[in-house]
Design a protein around this ligand. Structure first.
Ligand SMILES: [Zn+2]
Length: 263
């Protein structure tokens, strides 16, 4: 398996206005100052067919959940030169609704997820209110169907997607939470997705308010920093600061896509 270092893009498709006190677990001292939440998918592009990390949510899900879409992430991908039909792998970091929506937009992809994650969302606790509200049953059902079409790649732990892209089990936020690393020309980038919602959650060691297991969340922070190694380049899953820290790909994609690079 040969491949070369990749370009990594963050694509922003939605924003939710929120307050800082909404985002932190337990008896947290954060106040009511604005702290919006942005929604992303990520693209890894090298000399192989494109790899997408997470699948966002659909307009139907947005309407049902009162979320406002800023754009269609599949169109933004096309603007980056990535045609959804060419995508070979879609890595699903976990199965919350904002990461599992556009499965049907990738007709030729294999969907990577941790066995534990699928077991959880098809298991006995998925229907309990404060758990089930975080998932879209239609997306979960679609993954069950895709599995029967041999299009789900179950992972138990850590695995290489190719020489330059790896998935790593971390747990914490959900039972089968995984993160993704990609080797770029400047070194390793870790797409933490919701294993670290904001820079502040991982840098200040303050878990996000929605989580499966507190000790595992802390362990996930440690593991992510180990995986990142010397670059310490960790991209959080929902932080608007990502678009402040990295440049727009071009004027047309301003506000929609940035290229992640090691600084
Ligand atoms: Zn999320």
């Amino acid at each position: 398996m040969t491949a070369s270092p990749a370009q990594v893009y963050a694509i922003r498709y939605a924003r939710r206005e929120a307050l800082s006190r909404d985002h932190f677990y337990g008896l947290d001292p954060h106040d009511g100052s604005p702290m919006p939440m942005d929604y992303f998918i990520w693209a890894i592009v090298g000399d192989y067919r494109p790899i997408i990390v997470d699948a966002g949510f659909t307009p139907e899900t947005a309407a049902r959940r009162n979320r406002t879409l800023m754009n269609d992430p599949i169109e933004v991908l096309a603007g980056l030169g990535v045609q959804a039909a060419d995508v070979e792998h879609v890595i699903l970091t976990h199965l919350h609704f904002d990461h599992s929506g556009h499965l049907g937009s990738f007709p030729n992809a294999t969907f990577w997820l941790q066995e534990k994650e699928m077991a959880f969302w098809t298991g006995r606790y998925a229907s309990r209110r404060d758990i089930g509200r975080n998932a879209e049953p239609g997306d979960i059902a679609e993954l069950v169907r895709l599995n029967y079409d041999h299009r789900v790649r179950f992972v138990d732990g850590d695995e290489a997607v190719n020489d330059y892209v790896h998935v790593w089990y971390v747990g914490g936020h959900t039972p089968g939470m995984q993160v993704v690393s990609a080797e770029t020309p400047g070194g390793r980038v870790v797409l933490a997705s919701d294993a670290a919602h904001y820079y502040e959650t991982i840098e200040e060691d303050r878990p996000y308010s929605v989580l499966h297991c507190v000790p595992e969340m802390y362990r996930a922070y440690d593991r992510i920093m180990e995986i990142a190694g010397p670059t310490a380049c960790v991209i959080p899953g929902h932080d608007p600061l990502v678009f402040d820290r990295y440049p727009a790909v071009n004027a047309e994609l301003d506000g929609k896509a940035v290229e992640i690079s090691v600084k």
